[in-house]
Design a protein around this ligand. Structure first.
Ligand SMILES: C[S@@+](CC[C@H](N)C(=O)[O-])C[C@H]1O[C@@H](n2cnc3c(N)ncnc32)[C@H](O)[C@@H]1O
Length: 248
């Protein structure tokens, strides 16, 4: 990784660690509150990805950039053995308290996902990514190469992600550019989960085209098994998210 990319990663990490535990509490309630909801209906947390993961009981699943740990806790409640990789210590704190309150254990690794090969983890049956993953990376082929090293032969890759048409052409902070093919980094606020516009810092985002994503998955040696586009939540006339599945 060159020094420019390192500086971007470090800035993004600072933004994801700024008051993040408090932000999750403000948005979802305490880990105990949120655990109660997840225990009552873990399938609801997995509604976007669960059908692509296969048998959960005993499956080793890597929740890549798994943040507050809601997805990983739901997986654990359904019998899987999840590991989260995420670079934010504040996220880890919320996730570990969430897991404890839900009565499950969670292997949470605080690490730049690009360095995850060095963690010495046993290979996973599935690598799972949900909503807001790829735009933190400037080397997409390298990123999916890391996914390939984490995945066992035959393992599934499940990627549910924001659609580039929405991000590059319709998202508020991309509007001046409106350039689907622009490779430029966009500096914008880190997400505020309360939706109240609290400023918690900024990240530099690289929004990838759908072709770049598909090409990078293939270049990393995966076999693509599915690609579905889903309507935007506020404007169903445009694509808002997509789900790509693949096998190593
Ligand atoms: C929008 S969140 C994804 C959350 C996911 N939708 C979920 O529900 O768990 C993006 C996550 O990526 C993490 N992240 C960003 N860049 C990373 C990197 N290089 N290595 C590890 N984690 C990273 C952030 O800490 C944050 O938790």
């Amino acid at each position: 990784m060159d020094s420019g990319a390192e500086a971007v990663r470090d800035g993004n990490r600072r933004a994801w660690e700024a008051e993040r535990y408090e932000a999750w509490v403000a948005a979802m309630g305490t880990p105990r509150d949120e655990a109660r909801r997840i225990v009552a209906d873990p399938q609801h947390v997995l509604r976007r990805v669960g059908s692509h993961l296969g048998e959960l009981a005993g499956a080793r699943i890597c929740s890549v950039q798994g943040s507050h740990g809601r997805v990983a806790v739901a997986l654990a409640l359904l019998g899987a053995e999840p590991t989260v990789i995420d670079f934010s210590e504040e996220n880890r704190r919320y996730a570990q308290e969430l897991a404890a309150a839900a009565g499950v254990s969670l292997d949470y690794r605080v690490c730049d996902v690009m360095a995850a090969g060095g963690l010495g983890l046993a290979p996973f049956d599935a690598v799972l990514m949900e909503l807001g993953i790829l735009h933190y990376h400037q080397d997409l082929v390298g990123f999916f190469g890391v996914m390939a090293t984490l995945a066992a032969p035959g393992a599934r890759l499940v990627l549910n992600e924001f659609h580039p048409v929405q991000r590059k052409l319709f998202q508020e902070f991309g509007l001046e550019a409106r350039d689907y093919f622009s490779p430029d980094l966009v500096v914008a606020d880190v997400p505020d989960p309360t939706g109240q516009g609290r400023r918690l810092g900024t990240c530099a985002y690289r929004f990838w085209t759908l072709g770049e994503v598909v090409g990078a998955v293939l270049a990393a040696g995966f076999r693509i098994t599915g690609l579905e586009e889903h309507p935007d939540w506020s404007d169903p006339r445009i694509p808002g998210t997509y789900t790509l599945t693949a096998e190593r």
